[in-house]
Write a new protein. Sequence first.
Length: 232
Amino acid sequence: MENLVVLTGAGISAESGIKTFREMGGLWEEYDVMEVASPQAWEKNPELVMRFYNERRKKLLEALPNEGHRGLVELEKYFNVQIVTQNVDDLHERAGSKNILHLHGELKKARSTSDSNLIYEIDGWELKLGDTCEKGSQLRPHIVWFGETVPKISEAAIICEKADIMVVIGTSLNVYPAAGLLDYAPHGTPIYLIDPNDVGTKNNNITFIKEKAGTGVQQLFNILKEKYSFND
Ligand code: APR
């Protein structure tokens, strides 16, 4: 089975009602990213940071996976699918995808501020100041903040180096090192990019599918069915 590596961003969850970041009305229009998603913000105003992630977690509990997430699960019947997501939601998991790597953390998890190996599921939507790990240290959102290193980037690069097919869905490719993962795909690897808007990328081996994720993944499925002659 060919290795199909899928890099997803906020756009794949847009049809589930989850806001993207850089579009009109996106999260970074509403909040100053350095006030809610950086180590400096956590130092300066942890209550605001907690509130920002609690509000997003509350919305996530009401969201459901969409056709885009489900279409990727369907492709697991025909390809070795590996999801590398920039998203912190759990919609790929809830849709049924098996192999998921979260580059930027997970909204439904908390991490000890004294030992980053201590990671806990958050029960419900709220994480509070005063919630501590087993060592008594304050818990923080298990999110990679701006200015922090991306612990899983090497693992993600190795996955991309083994790609036979790359798919990019719902990311503006604005944020590195995630956006640089395309460069790890072997030379000549076919890349399919699903996005209703134009996405600037220097990579010239891209087939653009200018659709929302739900429709775009179905179109991709039909293209791959033709190219790899499998029957659904
Ligand atoms: N289907 C597919 N793509 C969509 C849809 C949709 N229904 N709606 C919007 N998009 C596209 C937009 O056109 C845009 O290209 O999704 C992309 C969202 O881009 P961003 O808002 O920049 O989100 P993303 O690329 O995931 O941001 C990367 O930046 O803020 C940090 O850590 C955060 O993981 C995030 C990273």
